[in-house]
Design a protein around this ligand. Structure first.
Ligand SMILES: [Ca+2]
Length: 160
């Protein structure tokens, strides 16, 4: 059982754009991005899809992912970059999904020269299914994207 929402992500917006879609407990999201946009020097270079332009960003780029890729942030602060094919399945992290283009924040024109928008279909699955999840990448700042550590506690059974 599933339900699908459609949202758009504007290339020029430097702030994370809240899709308004939430992953609920026990739910999982499959994201499909469509279209192309101009993020990296769009006046002189070809536009790219959500998987970016094939060049790994370095320096003051927003996240260590392909230039121009569409980034998604889950409620735990982890950031995911769309892979080739522009479809990915997120882990079951309850909370809102936010999106932004992967661009340089201080180099060149940054977000001010960006053009276009991508369409994202967000399919929420109510049942956890054995799908391959996308691994998060980490933001340059590494402040809010540290993986949440899970505390394991040894439990002892009743003595007999
Ligand atoms: Ca730009």
């Amino acid at each position: 059982m599933s339900k699908t929402w459609v949202t758009s992500v504007v290339a020029r917006n430097i702030a994370w754009q809240n899709s308004g879609v939430q992953i609920g407990p026990g739910q999982r999201a499959v994201l499909t991005a469509k279209g192309t946009w101009g993020v990296i020097d769009p006046a002189h270079r070809p536009w790219c899809d959500a998987s970016g332009n094939g060049v790994m960003g370095t320096g003051d780029i927003r996240a260590r992912a392909m230039e121009g890729a569409l980034l998604c942030m889950t409620a735990d602060g982890n950031i995911y970059a769309f892979p080739a094919g522009c479809v990915m399945t997120l882990p079951s992290i309850p909370g809102p999904l936010k999106f932004v283009a992967n661009d340089y924040t201080q180099t060149g024109a940054g977000y001010t020269d960006n053009q276009g928008a991508l369409i994202v279909e967000i399919q929420i699955l109510n049942d956890i299914q054995p799908l391959t999840e996308t691994s998060p990448i980490h933001d340059v700042a590494d402040v809010i994207t540290e993986a949440i550590s899970t505390e394991f506690r040894a439990t002892s059974g009743p003595s007999s």
